[in-house]
Design a protein around this ligand. Structure first.
Ligand code: ZN
Length: 245
């Protein structure tokens, strides 16, 4: 066969899908150092490499062959122009399968992410409701009578910890986060967790665990670098005096 006749078979050849007879034809050209066939094969390999990088699942070639050729209704025998057509269809189909697979994978990841978000939100709300229903919970409101500050309520409970509900929080710059602090009377601030506000500037943050309310002075919030700080590095945006509850 001439180089021109073999031209459309290189993709199949490089995937190992050619019949022995046709494979032998290409082998013969390659063995005698045919530059045209070498170049055509190189191009085919490049195309295949791109396809495989789209979807590693499509390898090994035997599966590609079965799945793609069956879906094209192509039988093993009788290549020729049909082989060329199959090769062309295979490229389109493989591309499509690759894209489809990635789209599905990303949709699944999104759904999984939303589900985790929802269950985290639900857990936090349940915790917050538990807080509100506990007769030992003491609320302290903050931000009243100041120009444009965050407003809200800090609820402290000797068994459950601290629940912070804030609104009107200023938007954070990139790489910054809110950090809550519990500050004992006359003591140093203790880190009490990192949180973000939502787009409307609202936040709900919980520090779980027993709390010595007798020695507690202030619950504060500062803006910190995203990884959090071990001591406040900025002026508090919230400072709720909880002493004497
Ligand atoms: Zn050749």
């Amino acid at each position: 066969m001439t180089c021109d006749e073999l031209r459309d078979m290189h993709e199949l050849y490089s995937l190992g899908l050619l019949e022995r007879e046709e494979k032998g034809e290409i082998d013969a050209h390659l063995v005698r150092g045919c530059d045209t066939c070498r170049k055509n094969l190189k191009d085919a390999l490049a195309v295949n490499a791109i396809l495989m990088s789209f979807s590693p699942d499509l390898a090994p070639p035997a599966r590609v062959k079965r799945r793609l050729l069956a879906s094209l209704g192509v039988k093993r025998a009788g290549w020729g122009w049909l082989g060329a057509l199959a090769a062309a269809c295979m490229l389109v189909l493989a591309l499509w399968l690759g894209a489809e697979e990635r789209r599905r994978a990303s949709e699944l990841a999104d759904a999984r992410h939303s589900l985790i978000e929802i269950s985290v939100q639900r857990d936090r709300l349940q915790q917050a409701i538990g807080f509100l229903n506990d007769p030992e919970t003491r609320p302290v409101s903050f931000g009243k009578g100041q120009p444009a500050p965050p407003r809200g309520t800090v609820l402290v409970n000797p068994r459950s910890g601290v629940l912070l509900i804030a609104s009107n929080l200023p938007p954070l710059a990139a790489g910054r986060i809110y950090e809550m602090w519990v500050i004992p009377k006359g003591g140093t601030p203790r880190p009490a967790g990192l949180f973000h506000s939502d787009a409307a500037g609202t936040a709900l943050h919980i520090l779980s665990g027993p709390l010595d309310i007798g020695t507690l002075g202030v619950v504060a919030v500062t803006v910190e670098p995203e990884s959090g700080s071990s001591a406040p590095t900025t002026t508090p945006v919230i400072a709720a005096p909880v002493a004497g509850l």
